[in-house]
Design a protein around this ligand. Structure first.
Ligand code: AMP
Ligand code: TRP
Length: 323
């Protein structure tokens, strides 16, 4: 049994990329492992945001975890900002990280381009992410491909800590799934992202007509053949991958099923599949109250704190911060 940690930022709509790249895998991992699943609100505030929307996004993200099958009795499901040990450990770890390691992060460089004036919070984002993981001495981190670089940095921080102060942290490994990179519907050379325009992603809470319309408008490739070839046919390959992951079929089998059929037929069929798969998310929005969800997150935070406080105390001891 391993210790698992992962999180999603509650910024904007939680989408099919988060679901297929991360959350579906989390559900499987909780059967055999001790899992900590977090809503990383402190990460969400590292780029411009609206305070009024934050709570709504936290609740929706948590609801998505629950509907997807995260069991709050088996796994520790909680809100990052309710466990202040995350920020305390982030400060301690920050003393071990060369600034150059932070400025070379791809996500940082991309976000600086987009948001112009870079804030220290954005630069320090991967330190907080490392603190999230190391606070629970997690060994396995199920994420999408875009997060690999951050997990590698986390390993470097952990090993530097171990060399400097004594062995304490395991070196966490990323855990990728077949859905490691779901692409944007409007530009399949890019990953699907919640900060892009809404046409480019399917939110888990999108109504059926919107799902249908977005999939039918998805950018596809020239030609007619339905074939999986991410380099030559990124658009169609993305739709085939989504189809395979949702239906539980092999990509090869989906290709065979659609042999000789048109792009439109594939799109219509995929839209129907998604509408069915995502129905429980839409229904849950009406069935669960905000207060009920906040309660789940608070209870989870109490359980997380027990582990976090114990580990943080040991880190401080090793660093000579116990008087
Ligand atoms: P974020 O939305 O950036 O907070 O991402 C939350 C989790 O979803 C992380 O593990 C990401 O790697 C994963 N993820 C985000 N976008 C995608 C995508 N387009 N394809 C696969 N995984 C993704
Ligand atoms: N940085 C991650 C993302 O943007 C979210 C995240 C924060 C995370 N802390 C984490 C993921 C710890 C895994 C483990 O997707």
């Amino acid at each position: 049994m391993a210790i698992v940690f992962s999180g999603v930022r509650p910024s904007g709509e939680i989408h099919l990329g988060n679901y297929l790249g991360a959350i579906k895998v989390w559900v499987e991992l909780q059967r055999e492992h001790q899992c900590f699943y977090c809503i990383v609100d402190l990460h969400a505030i590292s780029t411009p945001y609206n305070p009024k929307d934050l709570k709504k996004n936290i609740v929706k993200t948590c609801l998505a975890y629950l509907v997807a099958g995260i069991d709050s009795k088996k796994s520790v499901l909680f809100l990052q900002s309710l466990v202040p040990e995350h920020t305390e450990l982030a400060w301690l770890l920050g003393t071990l990280v060369p600034v150059g390691d932070l400025t070379r992060m791809t996500q940082y460089k991309e976000k600086v381009k987009k948001h112009k004036q870079a804030k220290a919070g954005l630069l320090n984002y991967p330190i907080l992410q490392s603190a999230d993981i190391l606070l629970y001495r997690a060994e396995l981190v199920p994420v999408g491909r875009d997060q690999i670089q951050h997990i590698e940095l986390c390993r470097e921080i952990a090993s530097r800590f171990n060399r400097t102060f004594g062995k304490f942290f395991p070196l966490p490994k990323p855990f990728l799934s077949e859905g490691e990179k779901i692409r944007s519907l409007t530009d399949p050379t890019k990953k699907m992202s919640k900060t892009d325009n809404p046409q480019s992603y399917i939110s888990l809470f999108d109504p059926p007509d919107l799902i249908y319309q977005k999939i039918l408008k998805a950018v596809t490739d020239s030609g007619k053949e339905i074939r999986f070839s991410p380099l030559k046919k990124p658009g169609i390959s993305n739709l085939l991958l989504i189809y395979a992951l949702i239906s539980g079929k092999e990509i090869k089998k989906v290709e065979e099923d659609f042999e000789g059929k048109s792009y439109l037929e594939l799109k219509k069929s995929l839209a129907e599949l998604l509408i069915d798969e995502l129905e429980p998310f839409r229904l849950a929005l009406k069935e669960h109250s905000e207060s009920e969800i906040i309660k789940v997150l608070k209870e989870g935070a109490e359980k997380a704190k027990e582990v976090a406080q114990e580990n943080l105390a040991q880190v401080k001891e090793l660093m000579g911060l116990r008087v």
